[in-house]
Design a protein. Structure first.
Length: 276
């Protein structure tokens, strides 16, 4: 069994390596000073038993990071402001109107949980099926609700369920939609985010299919991007995005014991319209 000092030393070696991989894909020369720079976190923020990062939410003054069992609140330099234990399996999350909305799947059911900025649970909405992937656009909460009935979630399938809720009342406001962007996936939506105009969903795609789908408020597919971003993707808010559409992405790194050891955050700016 490794000692704590040995584990910390190992993580210390992993973080620079992970940061180097992330930075290799970044374009920093033209980024305004107001835009955050890539950074990494280790076990000071992460639960070793919590699995890989599930989702991230970008607020003007903080980044919220979810694992299955923990939410960490960070500043934009990666310093830990607060952590909180949460029920397993907490998944994606989003920031809206001063509150943090999370998607919890537990015992075959789902819960929309709402926290304040201090990570106090203030509301909860139970649902009849597991959920993951959550975003709010123009007062509507878009929620991934797993594979369509009759399709095994863990096996390749094309049709996933998307729910729509009133972001304030948390009441379901439209029939659940069958969402198919033309490619096979596993486990349904992983993350959903919005640039304020369109929505972006991420998936575990099959056989090289694009993992990011762009769609409008009427759930019409606009196109896709070939970006691996199923552990957390969120649009940067105004004031942090340099006046352009920029996203922050999470990438987890597992140690030799297969437990999470670190997570790096880099930034993606779509350079072209999505593939059609």
């Amino acid at each position: 069994m490794c000692s704590r000092s040995m584990r910390c030393e190992a993580v210390g070696r992993l973080l620079p390596a992970l940061a180097a991989v992330v930075l290799a894909g970044c374009r920093l020369a033209s980024v305004p000073e107001s835009v955050p720079r890539p950074f990494s976190i280790g076990l000071e923020a992460l639960d070793p038993a919590g699995g890989h990062v599930q989702g991230i939410a970008a607020a003007p003054d903080a980044l919220y990071v979810a694992q299955q069992t923990r939410i960490a609140k960070l500043d934009w330099q990666g310093r830990v402001l607060k952590t909180r234990a949460v029920p397993r399996h907490t998944g994606d999350l989003c920031w809206h109107g001063g509150f943090l909305y999370t998607a919890l799947a537990k015992d075959g059911k789902g819960f929309i949980q709402v926290y304040d900025s201090a990570l106090n649970l203030v509301r909860e909405k139970p649902l009849d099926r597991g959920i993951d992937g959550i975003a709010i656009l123009d007062g509507i909460l878009y929620l991934g609700m797993g594979a369509a009935r009759g399709q095994p979630s863990a096996k390749p399938h094309r049709v996933n369920i998307l729910g729509r809720f009133d972001a304030c009342a948390l009441d379901e406001i439209a029939p659940r939609a069958e969402f198919d962007y033309g490619h096979e996936t596993k486990y349904g939506f992983q993350n959903i985010t919005t640039d304020g105009r369109r929505l972006y969903g991420t998936f575990y795609a099959v056989e090289g299919a694009p993992q990011v789908v762009v769609f409008d408020k009427e759930l019409r597919v606009v196109g896709t991007h070939r970006l691996e971003a199923n552990q957390g993707l969120d649009a940067l808010p105004p004031g942090l995005n340099g006046g352009r559409t920029r996203f922050i992405r999470a990438t987890s790194l597992l140690g030799t014991d297969k437990k999470i050891a670190a997570c790096a955050f880099d930034f993606w700016e779509p350079e072209e319209e999505p593939e059609r």
